[in-house]
Design a binder for this molecule. Structure first.
Ligand code: NAD
Length: 501
């Protein structure tokens, strides 16, 4: 057994999760650090998916009438367990998804933050009181639990995405059935162990949180079950285009968090030192494998050469290698397919007239893993390869002369997740944030597009899917709204003055 496999096994034991080596397991888990096998787990059958939804439905009958602040106690307990096990779970994220240690820990911190948010929310699930046009009547809205929430998650946020959904769903009164990425099964088993312990401690119904393991057929069984009232699916646009019509065909609800192709504008007035730092983190963090990673840099031509030279110099200093080592800033890509997609995109960019200023080739890293030198590529135009999301660290650079031109370039992609402008000019900043500016769900000023806080609603437009998760009023997607009209008079006046008999 490799070192990382042994570490993963020890962590899972400390978290109370099952041993990751099931002799009969057909799903093979590998660490992107060195490609080593770190587990073998059994896939669920479609009958087992149905059984998981059965038990979630049974739990719903009890959970929906549990007072919301009492439901919050479960999420508080989950947050406590996450605090206790932050270091272990963060290390497991590094081992299984390849994030550097501080990003692995950051992902667990995000889980803790959403738990705190959801506990507060459990006392604030309030609706409106509305003036009635009829005398002796009152109108109000109530928000009721929706039912079973199905969560499908991607490899690159193997634990946080589940927690964004689960923490809100649980306080909203909904059970959760989770299908994690087949590339990150061990972190899912770890989270499941923690939530099962939280459920046990507060005496909540046992079927409230279930995890189902497997590939597309397991996901489809979840998506197609009419008892799954909301399908919250995070992953590629390709996946969203498969899932959304299936959910729509049964008139279910879906919340889609799909691919991004995020850009930053850099204006002549920008604080260039700050911009370089913000751009480097957004473009290179998580080895370019964040949905919000910066992929396109749209720079005013007057500062383009200087900015790009400084960025390229910063890229030369990036420590690439084992994400478990304290000094590393760029870890591995998730697998060989991701490395091939990186190389293919670099070739396509060159064929389109692009110039690779730095990177774009494989890096040494740890034997068995797929490490690359992050690339900066200047492009003569926004060609097809620039308009597609390649889930790897490639930053395409385009020049602009007027802000209108920059915004038009910015919005001329199919995706609409996250965006940013670096400027000290209030007119430019406000134009970028206005209805005539960025068409994304997230638009920032003087910070890069990645690294969102949980307090805001998170999600994007166009092919990013339109869903919103996490903070603000995203919780409303996990509940059903009932409008109530109460007559406390002795008369029965009809709305709009209608007379009947
Ligand atoms: P992916 O689409 O390959 O897989 C995501 C999940 O969908 C997995 O659990 C997979 O098993 C499941 N799946 C795939 N096809 C399915 C189907 N037909 N029915 C049901 N389930 C199906 O994505 P990935 O490679 O794991 O993750 C990277 C992608 O996710 C990138 O495009 C990235 O931008 C996106 N992403 C988006 C967000 C966001 O919030 N917008 C967050 C993280 C990742």
């Amino acid at each position: 057994m490799s070192d990382v496999a042994a570490q993963a096994r020890e962590i899972l034991a400390r978290l109370g999760a099952p041993d990751p080596f099931d002799a009969d397991g057909e799903l093979i888990c590998r660490s992107p650090i060195d490609g080593a096998e770190i587990g073998r787990v059994a896939a669920h059958s479609t009958a087992e998916v149905t059984a998981a939804i059965d038990s979630a439905e049974a739990a719903f009958a009890q959970w929906r009438t549990t007072p919301a602040p009492v439901r919050g106690e479960l999420v508080r307990e989950l947050g406590t367990l996450l605090r206790e096990h932050k270091d272990d779970l963060g290390a497991l994220v590094t081992i299984e998804a390849g994030k550097i240690r501080s990003e692995g820990l950051g992902e667990v911190q995000e889980m803790i933050d959403i738990c705190d948010f959801a506990v507060g929310l459990s006392r604030q699930l309030h609706g409106l009181t509305i003036a009635s046009e009829r005398p002796g009547h009152r109108m109000m809205e109530q928000w009721h639990p929706l039912g079973v929430v199905g969560v499908i998650s991607a490899f690159n946020f193997p634990v946080a995405v589940w927690s964004w959904n689960a923490a809100l769903a649980l306080v909203c009164g909904d059970p959760v059935v989770w299908k994690p990425s087949e590339k990150t099964l061990l972190t899912a088993l770890a989270c499941q162990a923690l939530v099962v312990e939280a459920v046990r401690r507060v005496g909540a119904p046992a079927g409230l949180c279930r995890v189902i393991l497997g590939g597309v057929p397991v996901g489809e069984a979840l998506v197609d079950d009419p008892r799954v009232r909301l399908v919250s699916a995070t992953g590629s646009t390709r996946m969203g285009k498969q899932v959304a019509p299936r959910v729509a065909a049964r008139l279910g609800r879906s919340l889609l968090e799909l691919g991004g192709n995020n850009a930053a504008l850099v204006a002549p007035s920008a604080d260039v030192d700050l911009a370089v730092r913000g751009i480097a983190f957004s473009a290179v963090g998580t080895a370019g494998q964040r949905c919000t990673s910066l992929r396109r840099l749209i720079v005013h031509r007057s500062i383009l050469d200087d900015l790009v030279a400084r960025l390229a110099a910063a890229y030369q200093t990036l420590p690439i290698g084992d994400p478990l080592d304290a000094g590393t800033l760029v870890g591995p890509l998730i697998d060989a397919d991701a490395a091939a997609a990186f190389t293919k995109a670099i070739e396509a960019a060159r064929a389109d007239g692009g110039t690779v200023l730095t990177g774009g080739v494989e890096a040494e890293g740890v034997p068995g893993g797929h490490y690359v030198h992050p690339a900066i590529v200047t492009m003569p135009a926004q060609t097809d390869v620039v308009r597609a999301e390649t889930f790897a660290p490639i930053l395409y650079v385009l020049g602009y002369d007027t802000l209108d031109e920059a915004i038009a370039l910015h919005n001329d992609v199919p995706q609409g997740l996250a965006s940013a402008i670096f400027t000290l000019d209030v007119r430019e900043a406000e134009t970028f944030l206005s209805a005539a500016g960025s068409d994304c769900g997230i638009a920032n000023v003087n910070i890069g597009p990645s690294g969102a806080e949980i307090g805001g609603a998170f999600g994007g437009e166009k092919e990013t899917g339109g869903g919103r998760e996490s903070g603000s009023d995203a919780w409303k997607a996990y509940m059903r709204r009932a409008t109530n009209t109460i007559n406390y008079s002795t008369e029965l006046p009809l709305a709009q003055g209608v007379e009947f008999g």
